[in-house]
Design a protein around this ligand. Sequence first.
Ligand code: PEP
Ligand code: MG
Length: 631
Amino acid sequence: MTTETRETVTGSGIAPGVAQGILRFFAPVAEGTRGSAATGEPETEIERFAQHVGSLIEDLREMVARLGEDSASPGADILRSHILLLEGSSLRSRVEETIRSSSLAAEAAVEHAIEEIVRVFEGSGNPVLVERAPDLRDLAIQLRQRLAGQQPSLLAGLPQDPSESILATRELLPSLVLEAHTRGVRGFVVDRGTPLSHGAILAQSFDLPVLRVPRLEALWSLDGSRVLLDADRGELLVEPAAADLEPRLTEAAPVVVPDPEPSPLARVWLNVMDPAQLVGVDWTGVEGVGLYRTEMLFLGGRSGMPSEEEQARAYRNLFERCAPGRATVRTLDIGGDKALPYFSLGPQDNPALGLRAHRIYRFHPEILITQVRAILRAATGFPALRLLFPMIECVEEWRFVQGLVDQAVDSLAAEGVAFQERFERGVLVETPSAVWSFPRLLEAADFASIGTNDLIQYLFAVDRSNPNVLRTYGPEHPVVLQVLDALARDAKKAGKPLAICGKAGTDLTLLPVLIGLGITDLSVPINRAQAVRARLAALGPRECRRVARECLRAKAPDEVLELLGRPGPPKGPDAASHRGAEWMDPVCGMAVHADGNPLSTVRHGRQFYFCSRECLDAFLRQPADLTNQTK
Ligand code: PEP
Ligand code: MG
């Protein structure tokens, strides 16, 4: 083992965790297909295509049944969505049309048709539609492999045994993750995708960390190297030194919580985006679901809002999987960075400050009324329902939203439909105005949760998705701690529980401070819950209060981190960009656009992009061996 880590590549984690292994580059391309060869016999090609679609659907059904049995993952639901895509008429008719009009072989027609649909998805500007593109590419590869008579395995082309490797691949195709998981792959490095992609959701469910780097090509020379992938800190350590390796692996080691009882310090809840994530979950010491983000139901390849019936089915799924625990359903938080392709939000020069969540209901109250009706109907017989309302800025907005909830209740009662009449109403604190309104909001709300992801964004006026402005974006900032302190005091006075459901709640170092300030509930991603419980088990209330008092006196985030014994975050802009066409200017370190950026040059076969002529010139003046973008 070396005494110094050879190189550190920075990126952003899109599925959390830490793993070590050998870095292996891999491109799951269907080899040996007939490309664009014309066949002249369209009907034969259409017949071949139909046969292979049928056999793929059959195999997917079998896999769904297997996954359902061993309750391993949300994989079954994701594969079901693939079956729906294959069964639907639009893909089929597009391929058939291509075969007829261009006399192409079925393999080439599949490629053309799917690429066309992918282009529409990617051009939509909708992050979730963009994230469905890999699902389509996945199906294209599988169909082409079958049409070419190849073994249907995405990893078949990998020369070495993939077990214990870290796969570097352009994007996470869901079937690749499923296969890689069964063959012992330990993690992934990609340069496309976000935590919303099905591949990332699957990887997370298998506890496989995923790191997104700016450019995969920049790592080619590292193929075969021993690496430590630390998606939690957004780093890939090449030939890591023991001193760097051990603390991170210990932190990430599977946690054993000796005490099955809930902690007396705080209740732990789960965050989910999809009820399918709850299959096979370890509920030990967990209270229930503290945040169900319902947006996924409204996104993902749809052409309109889900009906009340369709929504009710999804919510029933959640309640069945959650019982006897409690379930907190957050009403739709659409807008901001989550736009619906089928619903215009009008001119939005500044989406984070524009139409979002209940602001949309001023124009379309039926959206919330339908959702609440669906939730209440689905919760019939499920007594532990909590509704959580996002982005509430002040008492008037709370009242407006509750008025719509009451309308939903009244309409169900008038129709004589069975529904859950008893439920709690919670306020999600995400804006500075909500902080100032908190005592009054608490007079009406049964519980409160703090959305630290948005609250920090609005406190500091920094766009949470802009990697160049994230320096102040951190829960350890004394400003954030003071705000949390004020909120906790208000909640205590009102005798109401106060949760954190943003990312800050998963920060194990900060946990004693949060507890010491008076946070009573933590809602965290499924794969963080037992680690949070283990940390809570090691804490005492007096020590937490002492640490919190000291941290409140700090003047800067570095001081807080020092008090907590953790080094500060790496300096320089965070590479945590979720946009496909950005990476770092190697001179100033700013994340810059690649698409349409004329300030660019190629060195060592790699393309570099710049913010300005000055940086480009400075780069060109540097000796070639000093230009290392992966630093
Ligand atoms: C938050 O803002 O902290 C939160 C939980 O909501 P989201 O991340 O979905 O905006
Ligand atoms: Mg939020």
